[in-house]
Design a protein around this ligand. Structure first.
Ligand code: URA
Length: 312
């Protein structure tokens, strides 16, 4: 490989490590020149600005702004508190097809959540649910993700694990929990006599958020009907939430993971009640190994619950 290729590859590695993983425009934009032009324009405007300070209105810059031409730009922005997930579709931001933006980007709104619910509800097998997600264009994460990360493991397993969202390795392989945290999860499963042939693994959000950012409350709400249906179709004896995001989303609670973990609860699919428990996310355990002791207790309790359920 010649020097230029090596430098290019190093630059791409640097971009990836910085969380830049998608191309927004094909032509480079000279932001320095843009800034200089804007400053020049502003200086010119100042020279001709009327001294009367009562001049009202958005002014020439706002009139030109593409955002000001978007439908609904005159509406106030929705006040969605970060991480306050509402199950009430009416509480979702209003919007619809983005008219001026990227080809198929969609503004999340109540009708998108509604269509996700309809689509998920119509799937009567896991294969149909996967196909339905493959064709679902209501979540913009699919535009930046390389693959749908639907599930791994055995759909007949008695225990199902649900994480938050795929990371880079999962996105590349199209399988959940295959990176470092997945390797730790495998070791924890092995420790209680399980492996992926005895467990089913999925995520609340099946597409990787760019740069591994946290999924927004809207993205989570749009994806929620699909994971709910996936749980309903797998019908495990035991459901395990890996980490606080998964537990909070699916249990509809704001309680923190420290309080939630290790407590057996019931998860209702509408048709059935499933014994469920939350535990720390393996990625968190990689950073805070002190909590591994509690996590081990949780896994022993999962093993015991499986044994109890087998004898009942
Ligand atoms: N973290 C998750 O929550 N899910 C994965 O699949 C990988 C990492």
């Amino acid at each position: 490989m010649d020097q230029a290729n090596r430098e290019l590859e190093a630059l791409l590695d640097f971009y990836l490590a910085s969380g830049i993983d998608c191309l927004l425009e094909t032509d480079p934009v000279d932001r320095f020149a843009e800034t200089a032009r804007r400053a020049e324009r502003r200086a010119g405007e100042q020279m001709f600005r009327p001294s009367d300070r009562q001049v009202q209105g958005p002014g020439p810059a706002a009139a030109q702004s593409p955002l000001s031409r978007m439908p609904g730009a005159d509406r106030p922005l929705p006040q969605t508190a970060p991480h306050s997930i509402s199950s009430n579709p009416a509480a979702q931001p209003q919007g619809g097809e983005a008219s001026g933006g990227g080809a198929s980007a969609v503004l999340p709104n109540a009708s998108v959540v509604e269509s996700a619910r309809d689509a998920a509800g119509n799937a009567s097998t896991l294969e149909e649910l996967r196909a339905c997600l493959e064709g679902f264009d209501g979540c913009n994460l699919r535009l930046t993700a390389k693959n749908l990360v639907f599930a791994d493991g055995n759909p007949q397993a008695r225990v199902m694990f649900v994480g938050e969202a795929p990371g880079r390795d999962e996105d590349l392989q199209g399988k959940p929990f295959v990176g470092r945290s997945g390797q730790l999860l495998d070791r924890m499963l092995n420790a209680i006599g399980l492996d992926r042939s005895g467990a089913y693994i999925a995520n609340v959000v099946p597409w990787r958020p760019p740069g591994n950012r946290t999924p927004t409350p809207q993205e989570t709400e749009i994806c929620k009907p699909f994971i709910m249906r996936q749980i309903e179709l797998v019908k495990p004896d035991i459901l395990v939430f890996l980490g606080s995001a998964s537990a909070k989303t699916l249990l509809g609670t704001q309680e923190g993971i420290r309080k939630l973990r290790g407590r057996w609860m019931n998860f209702s699919t509408g048709n059935a009640e499933i014994a469920c428990v939350a535990t720390y996310h393996p990625a968190y355990l990689l950073r805070s190994s002190l909590e591994k002791r509690q996590s081990w207790q949780d896994f022993l309790s999962i093993k015991q619950k499986l044994a109890e359920k087998r004898t009942n």
